[in-house]
Design a protein around this ligand. Structure first.
Ligand SMILES: [Zn+2]
Length: 287
């Protein structure tokens, strides 16, 4: 019986590089085509409403999965665990996975031994689309109805005011006075300023509020675009164009910037939606 020849280190390295490039390209293509906010919206809902393992993935990995045309992808054994088999010839999607190493260290103060996990690099894990599996039926995925965002600003300690249109501003958020001023009634402007307020809250909590303007704008607009998709409002301008404005028309740079801050966009969306859910529950209890 012939044994499968083991891949050389150089071959393994080449495969990894190829997968990394493919992942990056998929992501950049979505951003460039303006599809990304839609995907971010779907990923946010998925994380909040599904029990599938992918609900706990990073947004980058969820983007790769959704770009492959599915809302549920799992590893070979994970599918077997729910009574499903991957069909013959199905192509894997490769998601990134951190390689970790756990070290035991002595805490200087208490003298206790503590385990610390470090990320040493990234590898790839193959997963398969639900559409490429067969077997036991899965529980129906039931996306939740979204709570309105109107009361969220108040809960975050931010007041919302309206002002007549002034120059090019459609609205702004001031962190020193904790207020949102809107010169327009469109949802996109409100979502954008609300995202600024949430981002400031998060940065404040993490004591890292030194983010530059470009970073703040990219995060606020990406979150606003995703919220427009989530709530079914018009989002007129292509997201990528708006971002390019903040990077002097350099679309590639804008795309790379979004990738850098994608974790913060997710955190902003999660903060806004969880706050909205809480305010709705409180209202329900009061009624
Ligand atoms: Zn802004």
């Amino acid at each position: 019986m012939a044994r499968t020849p083991r891949k050389s280190v150089a071959q393994q390295e080449a495969t990894r590089k190829q997968r990394a490039e493919h992942a990056l390209q998929t992501f950049l293509d979505m951003l460039a085509s303006g599809e990304f906010p839609q995907v971010a919206a779907q990923a946010t809902i998925l994380s909040r409403a599904s029990d599938a393992p992918s609900a706990r993935w990073s947004m980058g990995n969820q983007t790769l999965m959704i770009a492959s045309g599915t809302m549920d992808a799992r590893g070979y054994r994970q599918w077997q665990a729910v009574g499903r088999q991957v069909k013959k010839g199905a192509k894997a999607i490769y998601i990134t996975r951190p390689n970790t190493r756990t070290l035991t260290e002595k805490d200087e103060k208490t003298g206790e031994e503590v385990k610390k996990t470090f990320i040493t690099g990234f590898g790839f894990t193959p997963v398969f689309r639900v559409e490429d599996t067969e077997g036991e039926p899965l529980p129906e995925y039931d996306p939740p109805t979204l709570p309105p965002l109107v009361d969220v600003a108040n809960v975050l300690g931010v007041s919302v005011k309206y002002a007549p249109p002034a120059g090019m501003w459609r609205g702004y958020y001031r962190d020193d006075t904790a207020e949102i001023v809107l010169c327009s009634h469109d949802e996109r402007t409100f979502f954008h300023e609300l995202a600024h307020a949430a981002h400031y809250r998060l940065s404040e909590n993490a004591a890292t509020n030194n983010s530059c303007k470009v970073r703040k704008e990219i995060i606020a607009e990406t979150a606003a675009a995703a919220l427009c998709r989530l709530y079914g409002y018009e989002y007129g301008k292509v997201h990528a164009d708006y971002l390019a404005y903040f990077t002097d028309g350099d679309t590639q740079k804008a795309l790379r910037e979004v990738m850098r801050y994608i974790g913060e966009v997710r955190a902003v969306l999660d903060l806004l939606l969880s706050t909205a859910e809480r305010t709705q529950q409180t209202k329900g209890e009061a009624a």
